[in-house]
Design a protein around this ligand. Structure first.
Ligand SMILES: C=CC1=C(C)c2cc3[nH]c(cc4nc(cc5[nH]c(cc1n2)c(C)c5CCC(=O)O)C(CCC(=O)O)=C4C)c(C)c3C=C
Ligand code: FE2
Ligand code: FE2
Length: 340
């Protein structure tokens, strides 16, 4: 058995050209674990409605954050891959769930290096059907069809691992050390409430109310809401944040169904209106900065805050290729590769 690792992130379009953005969004939004409605309804919604209007708008947003080397999410993921490779002794591959750098290519590259035993690391701290689950299901389908002699295992969600909480807390503390802020908002990517109920393995625990996520349950192994709230709680403990000086919200909703609440844009607006002049925001559902952090939060979020009278709006960068973070991922890889 020869071991290797595949880091997997979400993906980005090949360029900011609306045609490339349309192709990418088509693949992403036709995923039944992202837009989880019957196929006919998904085709109607995605191909009939969303893809006729959204690609142009999204392309303009990507244009604002795109780097000379390409998509920030991909460039940052490549930098992390490089650092992890330097700290480990087995092949470290990188793939994206959607777009050109796909999982099949990633597994093929590892296969070509003689790897037969692969650890998949979904680059998401919290489990979600639309992220971790879709990666693992697709990877297994590809393995069965193209690499039958390979074995796959995966790193579970790390939302509450002490070493992750430690590095996240340290990076927040460092980026806010000279900043003046009255409130720290933890903004996570949202999901439709329906996704939480679907992922409930007990079929009865998740009520999406004030208490279910704080009541111990085996449902929490796959509950995105519980895991986001837990990440906030653990970081708040570590940083000694005072009750009331921080809160959690959910961003990036799409469509008309209820998504996890409170919504980030409305929370920012409410904070400005309530007289908060200086706020800071951190986005722990993302390990790499991307469209959703660089444009939706750092640009649009700041604009909303200023419109309602806010003064300073500080965004904490994601962990990206932070040395401590690369070291933690490398430690996870080394622990796994040292197992018999
Ligand atoms: C943190 C994990 C993510 C979850 C959960 C998630 C769910 C989810 N997303 C959409 C729709 C869109 N997301 C888009 C961008 C995007 N989403 C994530 C992560 C999660 N999504 C990332 C990292 C990114 C940025 C990619 C990049 O290239 O930088 C977009 C595209 C941009 C836009 O038009 O706004 C869409 C659309 C749904 C429906 C969903 C469902 C649970
Ligand atoms: Fe998303
Ligand atoms: Fe819950």
């Amino acid at each position: 058995m020869s071991k290797g690792v595949l880091l997997v992130n979400l993906g980005s379009p090949d360029s900011t050209n609306p045609k490339d953005v349309k192709k990418y969004l088509g693949e992403f939004l036709m995923d039944p674990r992202v837009i989880d409605v019957p196929l006919w309804a998904r085709i109607l919604l995605v191909k009939g409605i969303i893809l006729n209007t959204r690609p142009k708008k999204s392309a303009a947003a990507y244009e604002k954050i795109w780097w000379e080397e390409g998509s920030p999410l991909i460039v940052i993921s490549e930098r992390l891959q490089q650092k992890v490779s330097e700290k480990t002794s087995i092949p470290i591959g990188l793939a994206m769930r959607y777009g050109s750098m796909n999982i099949k290519k990633g597994l093929q590259e590892l296969h070509d290096q003689g790897v037969t035993d692969v650890l998949i690391i979904p680059l998401y701290p919290q489990f979600a059907m639309a992220t971790t689950e879709t990666i693992l299901v697709l990877a297994e389908e590809i393995r069965a069809a193209h690499f039958p002699d390979m074995t796959l295992s995966d790193l579970p969600a790390f939302y509450n691992k002490p070493e992750y909480i430690e590095v996240l807390s340290k990076s927040i503390a460092e980026s806010l050390k000279d900043k003046n802020y009255e409130h720290l908002l933890f903004s996570y990517h949202g999901v439709p409430e329906r996704h939480i109920r679907k992922s409930d393995i007990t079929k009865s625990h998740c009520k999406i109310d004030g208490s279910c996520c704080n009541t111990p349950s085996k449902a929490h192994q796959f509950c995105y809401r519980h895991q986001c709230l837990k990440t906030t709680e653990e970081v708040a403990k570590k940083l000694n944040l005072k009750e009331g000086s921080y809160s959690t919200s959910f961003q990036s909703r799409l469509g008309f169904d209820p998504w996890l609440q409170p919504y980030t844009d409305r929370t920012i607006e409410r904070m400005g209106k309530s007289g908060i002049k200086n706020m800071a925001i951190v986005t722990p559902a993302f390990v790499s900065d991307c469209l959703e952090t660089l444009e939706e939060i750092a640009m649009e979020g700041e604009e909303i805050f200023h419109e309602v009278g806010g003064d300073t709006f500080t965004t904490v960068p994601c962990l990206n290729d932070n040395e401590d973070w690369a070291q933690i991922v490398s430690n996870w890889v080394n622990e796994w590769s040292d197992q018999k």
